[in-house]
Design a protein around this ligand. Structure first.
Ligand SMILES: Cc1cc2nc3c(=O)[nH]c(=O)nc-3n(C[C@H](O)[C@H](O)[C@H](O)COP(=O)(O)OP(=O)(O)OC[C@H]3O[C@@H](n4cnc5c(N)ncnc54)[C@H](O)[C@@H]3O)c2cc1C
Length: 417
């Protein structure tokens, strides 16, 4: 892999940009691997990178039925933060945010981390009290968080609706300064390039259609649309399709899949300096580096594998954005898209062994797993390599749905992911 540097840029500029190496290979599948990861999203690619780099596992493949990063990793609204309530989540997501801060250097690929801050707006005194509780919890967990009064909110983000008679007047906000955005494609491409350079085979257009086990039940490998590929260890990182893949292996997962959509407006000059969101309204937005206003909100209210998103949610989310920033009503919408997200009962992930020996799970990220990719990859690689949970992921086990030790962030932090 050639290193990206100012010198390489200059050399290639002089050569008419004819010298760049392909960013990753397109190898033919081998007959056997030590580990197969299903799903070339951020979590699958980050896991393969960690397995190859830090656990020195020899033969690793990442299989995807489509193109790498074509799942939720390339469809999300790029927000990263660690404003969680429970210590288990706070430690995990904050570790991920720290890893994001150093990821461009680690991968030698600019992932465009922008710590522009996140403002969660409060629209009543009760909501301010609720946010005070979360800010206190975050600080007790060692995470930076602050409560802003009404005037401080408008000073920091002047484009917000300051009308005290608005339907959702702004009383204050909770802010995490280190929160912000990261370029989503760059995360997939950066991990893919670095993993490929370490010898990982990334097999795109390779759909897993089943699992093969010997008569004693031991895992032999996976059936794919390109034939059988052997492996004694297989990791599932297939987000919205996790329950489908688990079914192929003969077990059920406590996850339900929903459509989650996002929108982007035509590009405009820089007008929005931070990420804004409102749990009560159910909408959030930020401005991309290209100038578009990227908007998101809640999931469709019914389980589905249709990657579309319903018109009712679109209307609700966009009406909410216009409540927060009325001047955005004159923007034209450029694109709408959707992903399929996998929710658990407590909105927390599962990073654990599955009921089938040799099959491991990194699933249940719902609408919030992008921010978790660096830590998710690290923890999943640890689990697969050592056959024991990563210290930061000990709580995210399947058993919690049996014994009731849920980490219910949706209830505690007032957000679903
Ligand atoms: C609209 C939207 C907005 C979001 N916004 C945010 C946000 O702002 N911040 C945040 O933190 N999170 C956000 N998320 C959630 C986040 O994108 C996901 O949690 C995260 O990307 C999951 O990553 P992953 O690698 O597990 O899954 P994915 O990126 O979805 O990758 C899974 C891969 O598995 C492949 N696959 C599935 N079945 C098979 C099979 N049988 N064989 C082979 N391959 C298969 C798929 O093709 C896919 O590429 C958002 C999601 C959506 C949809």
């Amino acid at each position: 892999m050639s290193r990206y540097s100012a010198f390489a840029l200059l050399r290639n500029w002089l050569n008419g940009n004819t010298d760049w190496d392909p960013v990753w290979r397109s190898p033919e599948p081998a007959n056997n691997y030590d580990v197969i990861i299903i799903g070339a999203g951020g979590h699958g690619l980050a896991t393969a990178y960690h397995l190859a780099k830090y656990y020195k596992l020899g033969r690793i493949a990442v299989l995807d039925k489509g193109w790498l990063g074509g799942g939720n990793t390339g469809r999300n609204t790029t927000i990263v933060r660690s404003d969680y309530f429970y210590k288990e989540s706070a430690d995990f997501y904050d570790h991920s945010l720290h890893l994001y801060a150093g990821l461009s250097k680690e991968l030698n690929f600019n992932i465009m981390y922008s710590a522009r801050g996140i403002l969660n707006l409060a629209h009543s005194r009760h909501e301010v009290d609720f946010q005070r509780r979360i800010v206190n919890a975050m600080r007790l967990n060692g995470i930076d968080a602050e409560l802003l009064g009404r005037d401080e909110v408008f000073k920091f983000c002047p484009i917000l609706n300051a009308d005290p008679n608005a339907r959702f007047p702004i009383y204050g906000a909770m802010r995490q300064k280190r929160g912000g955005t990261v370029r989503h494609d760059a995360v997939a491409w950066g991990y893919a390039r670095a993993a490929d350079a370490l010898g990982v085979d990334i097999l795109q257009n390779t759909e897993v259609t089943g699992f093969r086990r010997d008569p004693n039940g031991s895992l032999l490998g996976v059936e794919t649309c390109r034939g059988f590929i052997g492996a004694r260890k297989v990791g599932i990182a297939t987000a919205g399709h996790s329950s489908v893949v688990a079914q192929m292996a003969g077990f059920r997962l406590p996850v339900t899949s929903y459509g989650l959509q996002a929108f982007v407006s035509e590009p405009v000059k820089p007008v929005l300096n931070t990420v804004i969101g409102s749990a009560v309204i159910g909408s959030y937005c930020s401005q991309s580096d290209k100038g578009g206003i990227v908007c998101g909100g809640g999931i469709d209210p019914f389980p589905s594998f249709a990657q579309r998103g319903s018109a009712a949610i679109m209307e609700k989310v966009l009406a909410g954005i216009i409540q927060l920033v009325p001047t955005f009503s004159s923007l034209r919408l450029l694109r709408q898209w959707s992903g399929i997200v996998d929710y658990t009962a407590d909105s927390s992930p599962i990073i654990d062994r599955s009921p089938v020996q040799g099959i491991y799970l990194n699933v249940g990220w719902g609408g919030g797993g992008f921010k978790a990719i660096p830590a998710g990859g690290e923890a999943f690689a640890h689990l697969i390599a050592k056959d024991e949970p990563h210290p930061l992921a000990k709580a995210f086990v399947l058993q919690r749905f049996r014994d009731g030790a849920l980490i219910d962030e949706a209830a505690a932090a007032g957000i679903e992911h």
